[in-house]
Design a protein around this ligand. Structure first.
Ligand SMILES: Nc1ncnc2c1ncn2[C@@H]1O[C@H](COP(=O)(O)OP(=O)(O)OP(=O)(O)O)[C@@H](O)[C@H]1O
Ligand SMILES: [Mg+2]
Length: 276
């Protein structure tokens, strides 16, 4: 039997999935940040953030180390709470969540590829991918085995199911972690620095995979990175975080043309360490 976890609620229509062949679908916001603020002690990390992420798009969040990219995305799975403002996912205002169940239901619909995400060393690659299904679904062993194979095939790792994580290359490990994030058929995938530490060719493979998954699975993706090469490959739109603010929002082509001083600095040297 193949079914989604029973607790999943619908986010409503995905315009990209339902778009007629001719002409682009109208933008339909799936995730909305409104006036979001976040500080840690006296350190202001996010200030008055307003952002809509459209259903079916890939939105890239760029910014230097410490600019708040992980804090911003981790709010979507409850790992950080905003101090003020509103965040909605579909029809749900996450600041009004009352119970662990509310968060659990949202997390089941959200694949989160954590920064530096690692597989469990004590499990095979296949067992790693099966883990969320064993934890969160009533699916039979046969169903889980079928899905493990499907998810590993989607990331081009069908042959690695019985291998130990220690036998995989850095790029393969990243793809296996992505297969695990896909385990529960999420509608949203958050990638935190998916190419960090990878050489440019392996990074391009990951970028192409992100694009392919977006097109085939019709997911909504948020990609956190400072990798411009990846951004050029995957971004429908991108934003740049700087000193707590979104100083740019638009397409990659518009980013290249922007005269904002921080955009120019970032394009010149995305890794430059600057005090935030
Ligand atoms: N739990 C926490 N307690 C205190 N400060 C925190 C906490 N989490 C994040 N911060 C601070 O918030 C700021 C933003 O952190 P964040 O992890 O979002 O940066 P980032 O843009 O993801 O950086 P990187 O590219 O290095 O991953 C940093 O100054 C960080 O030290
Ligand atoms: Mg980070």
């Amino acid at each position: 039997m193949s079914s989604s976890p029973s607790s999943l609620s619908s986010f409503g229509p995905n315009p990209r999935a339902e778009a007629p062949a001719a002409g682009p679908a109208p933008a339909h916001p799936l995730i909305c940040y409104r006036g979001v603020n976040k500080s840690f002690g006296s350190k202001v990390v996010l200030q008055d953030i307003d952002l809509e992420v459209y259903a079916g798009e890939t939105l890239v969040i760029l910014g230097r180390s410490g600019s708040g990219k992980t804090v911003m995305t981790s709010m979507l799975v409850g790992l950080n709470q905003p101090d003020s403002g509103s965040i909605t996912v579909g029809a749900q205002e996450i600041r009004e969540f009352q119970s662990d169940k509310d968060w659990r239901d949202l997390r089941l619909q959200t694949g989160y590829l954590f920064q530096g995400s690692a597989l469990y060393d004590s499990m095979t690659v296949g067992e790693n991918v099966a883990f969320p299904m064993v934890q969160h679904t009533p699916w039979s062993q046969e169903e889980i085995a079928r899905r493990v194979h499907e998810k590993l095939s989607q990331v081009g790792l069908a042959e690695t199911e019985a291998m130990e994580p220690s036998e995989l290359s850095g790029g393969m490990l990243r793809r296996a972690a992505l297969a695990r994030s896909l385990a529960l058929d999420p509608q949203i995938i958050i990638y935190d620095e998916p190419t960090a530490g990878l050489d440019p060719i392996t990074g391009d493979e990951i970028g192409n995979l992100i694009s392919r998954l977006q097109k085939t699975l019709k997911v909504t993706s948020i990609v956190v990175t400072h990798d411009l090469r990846l951004t050029a490959l995957v971004a429908d739109r991108l934003t740049l975080l700087y000193q707590g603010h979104m100083v740019f929002l638009g397409t990659y082509e518009e980013f290249l043309q922007s005269s904002h001083p921080e955009v120019r600095r970032f394009l010149h040297d995305p890794l430059e360490e600057k005090p935030e």
